[in-house]
Structure formats: C-alpha cells, structure tokens
Design a protein around this ligand. Structure first.
Ligand SMILES: *Cc1c(COP(=O)(O)O)cnc(C)c1O
Length: 483
C-alpha cells in the first residue's frame, strides 16, 4: 500500500489555516493555567496544508466500497440505495436542532412525525402498537423478548426457554441469551423451512417464544407459518418476528396476519437509512394489542389534537433508550414511507423479489443453488461446483473485489456449506444485475482455466488478501510514530 499516513506527509510548521496573530501573548495565557496542566512538549499532531488534508481524506473515502459507489449484494443486510431527500429532511433545522428537553408544547411537529411513523409501521406489520426507542435490530429483539417475559410474568408464569431455528440470524440466539433465556434450536426441513416435528417436540409450557424470520435467512417463505403459529400458541408461547429485512413482504404480507405477536423492523435496512458504518440505526418494535401495555415508556399519546409523552404506564418494561431513540433515523424512514406511499412500498417488495429471482435464474446453472425454490428478496448459492478446482467461496468473494463488486454475504446462513447469500435489492437496474451475472460467470470460467488467479485474489485492491484470523486476534489499531 503506497498510501501514506497523514503523520508521514506532515512537515514541521506547515499549516492548513491562516489565522491572525493571537492578541493575547502565549506567555500571558500560560500564566492563567496551573503548571501541572501544561504540556512539556507539543503534541505529535500532523502538520499539513489544507489541500494535503483534503486530498488525504478524499483519497481515504474512495478506498471504501459503498452503495453510492457500486453494487453491494450483501444478503440479510439490504444494502439498498437510500434517497438523498431523506438526508435533506433529517437536516431541516426544525428537526436537526431540536433539543430532547424541549417540552411537548414546543415539539408538536416532531411528536406528530414519530406518532405517524408508529402508525405506518404498525399498519405494515399488522400490529397494534409500536415503540421507536430501540437503536438497532438486536436492541429491538431484546425489547421484544423483555415484553414477552413481562407478559408471561403478568400471568404468573416464569417461562425460561426460547426456540430459535438453525437458520436464524446470529443476533436471535444472542438476544435470547442476553435476555436470560435458555436457547432451544430447531432444525430446518429439506425445503429450508422449520421442521414441524422438531418444533413439536421442542414446544412445551416452558417455552416463552419462538423467534422466526419469514422469509427466513435462506430467502425462503415458510408456507407452514399458520401451523407453526398454532403449535406455539397452543402451548401458551408467543411468536417473535425478526423483521430486519422486510423488503420481500412490505405491502404484501403482514407478520401480524401470519400469527406473530411481536416484530421488530430495521429502519436502517428496509426503510432506507444508510448503514454498515456503525450507525445510527433504529429497530422499532411492534406488538399485538394484548401486549401494548408492556411497551417501553414514555409512549406518544394524542389528546384534543395535541401530542404528549405518556409516562403513566405501570406495566411498561421501562426505558430502552434515552429520550426517544434515534430520531434522525425516524425522520428518514418517515420521508421514505411518505414518498412511496402504500403502493410504492408494495412495488419495492415486488421489485426486490423480482431482482433476486432474476439473478438466481441466471446464476443457478453455473453455481449450485442450495434450495431449488422461488426465492423472496435473497437466495443462497454455494461453491460446490467449483470445489474440485480447490476453490472456496472466500476465493470467489475476493475475486469479485477485483471487478469492483462488493461480495455477497458468505458462510452464512450456517446450515449451507460454503454459502453465498445474494440480495440485489430493488434499487438496481437490469443492466447492473446483468453486469454482476457476467462477472460471476467470468469468474467461474477463470476457475476452470486458472484457479490460482482466483485463489490469490484480490489483485487490484489497495491491500491483498488479509490474514483474517490475525487481524481479528491481534488488531493493530493505533499508529505508532517511528522515533
Ligand atoms: C441485520 C439483522 C439483524 C440485526 O440488526 P442490527 O441492527 O445489526 O442489530 C437481525 N436479524 C436479521 C435477519 C438481520 O438481517
């Protein structure tokens, strides 16, 4: 990597700003500060001109792959394009400069926006009430499980187990563990759905909930969902819907109608907030009417045309986030929902599913398809056909980088060996999808002719293949200046 650190381009005395001479002599300032707080030597800060700083950081920003720079088919992550108008709305001074301690009388617009967003999400989910407090999907899962626990407790029951299918996103069992539950895994059947026999034998009066995603992480819709719900409900358990990726069902099918009692959405996936860089996100949770009394407080109420914060909620599980959650993300989701409307949201789902099936149809001859079924917003291939050339899925993913594509999600879901989980999203054109297909086919051809080229990829990126174990176990996070 020939790119230099900003410390390395630093030259003593070089400055990025032109400031007038201080009108208070430094020696006078030093007199005001107690000696123990004064440095003995100047800090080791880079000294560069403005143009050097601009070039340095602009260069760094271009090293990263992003949705704005190229196709990003990361399954279970919904890296869709996020319309910039969302950002403009979140930056309106009335939203961006509002202070969380401002009283309800002075923040009616913001409260109305949150109240409406709750209504929209409740409608999309088929739920009765929604909280916007959770800051991410996993945080929403925890909120949901705490609500479920409060519900069982209110009936004098202390249920200790949560059922999670083996295809689940890793946050599901992690959340159940953090929530203090014992995790019971159920198998997937040969069609990729929940194995009903396995579920029946796992289900008893000690199970608090089943956590499920439908379509699941294989991108497959579980047609047995009504029966699944019945098995769980009959023994007094509740159904939790992981709606992080609702791109396939929005406007078409509702978790509430499928029998789910609690759901979370990821506004930073389905509802178009940029993500992947560490936040902020938002994981609103919706619940059926018999659970609304347990929602985190305060909840937004409406009385005589005025919105207010209702703290008088004796059964609430309490607060899950300071103030109201990540309000800016809610503004973006509100903008997105209002811009598209009900029909637009349905079209999003239809296009996401169409794009995924198109890619699947074009790639399935060359790469092995894990489950041969119509998919929803994503599908799972593996590298079984390329195995005899000594090729692993990781090699294909690395070679895609050479061609300017972000690789799909790999080695997840865990139940498919050497998995490649592809989610094109609805925002990509046919031309982009075709370009990706041609690149994948080209890589398959390379594997047959020159597997070594693929095994040693990437070749065109700033850094080559990293030792991922070493990077995880002994990360070097800090620049140490050479003496
Ligand atoms: C992303 C995702 C989550 C977790 O969401 P975070 O916001 O990263 O906590 C949970 N479940 C599924 C299916 C997901 O794709």
């Amino acid at each position: 990597m020939d790119r230099k650190l900003i410390f390395e381009i630093s030259r003593p005395g070089r400055r990025g700003a032109t400031l007038p001479a201080a009108d208070v002599p430094v020696c006078e300032v030093e007199k005001l500060i107690p000696p123990e707080y004064l440095r003995e030597e100047a800090p080791n800060l880079p000294e560069v001109s403005e143009i050097d700083a601009v070039r340095h950081f602009t260069g760094l920003s271009a090293l990263n792959h992003g949705v704005d720079t190229g196709f990003y088919p990361l399954g279970s992550c919904t890296m869709k394009y996020n319309p910039k108008v969302n950002e403009d709305m979140a930056r309106l001074p009335g939203f961006a400069s509002i202070h969380p301690y401002q009283p309800a009388e002075l923040t009616q617009g913001a409260l109305e926006l949150m109240w409406l967003t709750e209504q929209y999400l409740a409608e999309i989910a088929g739920m009765a009430g929604v909280t916007l407090q959770p800051a991410a999907g996993a945080h929403g899962e925890l909120t949901g499980l705490l609500i479920i626990r409060a519900y069982h407790k209110s009936r004098g029951e202390n249920r200790t187990r949560v059922i999670v299918p083996d295809s689940a996103h890793g946050t599901n069992p992690a959340t159940a563990a953090v929530g203090g539950f014992e995790i019971v895994q159920v198998k997937s059947d040969e069609r990729g759905g929940v194995d009903l026999e396995s579920l029946r034998s796992a289900m008893d009066e000690n199970v608090a909930a089943l956590m499920l995603t439908n379509p699941n992480t294989l991108g497959l819709f579980d047609e047995n969902i009504v029966e699944i719900a019945d098995i769980v409900h009959k023994k007094g358990g509740l159904l939790y819907y992981d709606g992080a990726n609702a791109n396939a069902i929005m406007g078409i099918a509702r978790p509430g109608d499928m029998g789910f009692d609690v759901v979370h959405f990821n506004l930073h996936k389905t509802f178009s907030t940029p993500h992947g860089g560490g936040g902020p996100g938002s994981g609103p949770v919706g619940v059926k009417d018999f659970l609304t009394r347990f929602l985190p407080k305060p909840v937004i109420g409406q009385k005589n045309g005025m919105y207010f914060l209702d703290h008088d909620r004796p059964d609430s599980i309490g607060k899950m986030h300071s103030f109201y959650g990540n309000f800016g993300v809610v503004v973006k989701a509100y903008t997105y929902i209002r811009a598209l409307g009900g029909e637009g949201l349905r079209a999003v789902s239809e296009h996401a599913v169409l794009n995924a099936n198109y890619l699947m149809a074009r790639l399935r001859e060359t790469f092995n398809l894990a489950f041969d079924r119509v998919c929803k917003h994503e599908f799972v291939l593996n590298s079984k056909n390329q195995k005899s050339f000594g090729i692993h899925t990781l090699d294909i993913a690395k070679r895609l980088l050479d061609y300017g594509y972000h690789p799909p999600t790999i080695y997840f879901p865990l139940i498919v060996e050497e998995a490649m989980m592809i989610e094109p999203t609805e925002t990509e054109s046919k031309e982009v999808l075709d370009g990706f297909v041609e690149t994948m086919l080209k890589i398959a051809e390379e594997i047959e002719k020159d597997a070594e080229r693929v095994k040693t990829a990437p070749h065109n990126t700033v850094v080559g293949r990293l030792d991922e174990t070493l990077a995880a176990r002994q990360p070097v996070l800090k620049f140490k200046p050479s003496e």
